[in-house]
Design a protein around this ligand. Structure first.
Ligand code: HEC
Length: 116
C-alpha cells in the first residue's frame, strides 16, 4: 500500500508546483489578443493603432503588462480610478473585453533607446 502511494503523492506535488509556478503567466495571457485588437479600434483615436498614443494626455499602452492594463480598466470601471473619458469608456467593456484588450496591447513590442 505504502509503496504505491508514494509515487502518487510525488506526482501530485510535482503537478501542484508546476501549476503554481505557471500561474502568473497563465493569468497574464488569459485574454484573446486578436479579439482585443478588434475591440481596441475604439481606443486608437487616443491611444494609437499600435498603442503609442496620439493624444498628448493619453498614456502609451503598447507593451504594458496585461495584468496592469486589466487592473487599470477594472479600476476605472468600478470607480476606484477616475477620469472623465476612461470612466465612461470602461463601463462599456465586459470582463472578457478587458482581458482581450489587455492581451492585445501587452502583446505589442516596443524598443527603447537613449538619446544618442
Ligand atoms: C478620448 C480619448 C481616449 C479614448 C478613446 C480611450 N482612452 Fe484610455 N485613456 C485616455 C486618457 C486621457 C488616459 C489617462 C487617464 C488618467 O489620467 O487616468 C487613459 C488611460 C487609459 C489606461 C490607463 C493606462 C495607464 O498607464 O495607467 C488604460 C489601460 C486605457 N486608457 C485603456 C483604454 C482602452 C482599452 C480604450 C478603448 C476601449 C481607451 N483607453 C480609449 C484617453 C482615451
Amino acid at each position: 500500500m505504502k509503496r504505491r502511494r508514494t509515487p502518487v503523492c510525488a506526482a501530485f506535488l510535482v503537478g501542484t508546483v508546476i501549476s503554481l509556478s505557471g500561474m502568473p503567466a497563465a493569468v497574464a495571457q488569459s485574454g484573446d489578443a486578436a479579439a482585443g485588437r478588434e475591440k481596441a479600434q475604439a481606443c486608437s483615436v487616443c491611444h494609437g493603432q499600435l498603442g503609442i498614443s496620439t493624444a498628448p494626455d493619453a498614456p502609451n499602452l503598447a507593451a504594458q503588462p496585461s495584468i496592469y492594463l486589466a487592473a487599470q480598466l477594472r479600476a476605472y470601471r468600478s470607480g476606484d480610478r477616475k477620469h472623465e473619458v476612461m470612466s465612461v469608456l470602461s463601463k462599456m467593456l465586459s470582463d472578457a473585453d478587458i482581458d482581450n484588450v489587455a492581451a492585445w496591447f501587452s502583446s505589442l513590442q516596443i524598443e527603447v533607446k537613449p538619446v544618442p
